[in-house]
Design a protein around this ligand. Sequence first.
Ligand SMILES: Cc1cc2nc3c(=O)[nH]c(=O)nc-3n(C[C@H](O)[C@H](O)[C@H](O)COP(=O)(O)O)c2cc1C
Length: 356
Amino acid sequence: MNSSDRLKLGIFMPSCRNLMALTTYKPDPEDWTFESNRRIAVAAENAGFDFIFPVSRWMGFGGECDFMGDSLETMTWASALLQATTTLEVYSTVHVPVFNPVVAAKMGATLDHMSGGRWGINIVSGWNKPEFDMMGIEMLPHEDRYQRTADFITCLKGLWTEEPGSFNFDSKYYKIQGGYSRPQPQRKPHPPIVNAGTSDDARELVTNLCDVCFICPMTWEDTSEITRDVKERAAKKGRDVKVVASVMCLWDEDPNWAEQERQKLIDGADHVAIKNWFDVLGVESGSFDHHTYEHFAFTGGGLPLMGTAQDIVDGFVKLSELGLDGILMTFLRYEQDTIRTGTELIPLLREAGLRN
Ligand SMILES: Cc1cc2nc3c(=O)[nH]c(=O)nc-3n(C[C@H](O)[C@H](O)[C@H](O)COP(=O)(O)O)c2cc1C
């Protein structure tokens, strides 16, 4: 996210089956495949996007739509997509309990070197208990989970920035002696570190240790409250943290089209998948308490923007005025809408002064 554009643009990529909405209405059901992700990444770079961002999953949520039943591992995914592109920033998402920080530091530095400093990391504490049960990993209580994530990030930063061989760390969760990881990343001080979560624990973590906070707000009020709060907490700590929101964008020349598509998504709501998703997420997360079944069927959790191209751009202007630094766009037809963002939205965003 190092461009000078006032509003950064990214894509929440379909790295898992049936993203983003939990519905059986899916115009391009095979968009999760690597070949499709590669085409979307190249189209994103050509369109002028700043970054792409995956979802990391280890097992799916079932239902007729087989929500996230297939998923691409995001370190290896990023490795290939960084090679397919030349300017785009590519993120990986790492579940703290699954990786040792020394391994993650080494993989991250490798991706940074392979790409000339275009890689970034989203570090998530995890909430999907069945995934951890499958691996025999104990799911900690929420607060402890975030303490471990804080330790993980401190280790990563130490390994990436301190004299190789000199980093020591000793906590309940990690013990590192003479931590050595070379090469260290080319990007200084280190690749951007993102956390995606908005519970109180997540807000503390992100404002203490991360560079960017990714959020999935359901309403304009949520967007405003979270953005203001994260910025204020960071400022009190003398830090600058960027806030980026996931936004489902549906637009067409026909102003009625988006509403018709919304109805199809909701009519196709996959109640089994939504229940499976919400049974775990609703219990284990502090970030999705207000989301409704209809909202999950329609946008998978992000803020909806609908109408014509101008309506989407007007929405982006409003989001920028609320203090957001970037948009993580989600689409109904990923490849097509990535290209259309370049031809239909970015020129209007330039006119609005949000893009150079
Ligand atoms: C934009 C965004 C992307 C996320 N990506 C992932 C992901 O790929 N894998 C995952 O397990 N959780 C992901 N999460 C979930 C969060 O990391 C977090 O665990 C969840 O929102 C619960 O919030 P809480 O930890 O603040 O209670 C994501 C959340 C957001 C907002």
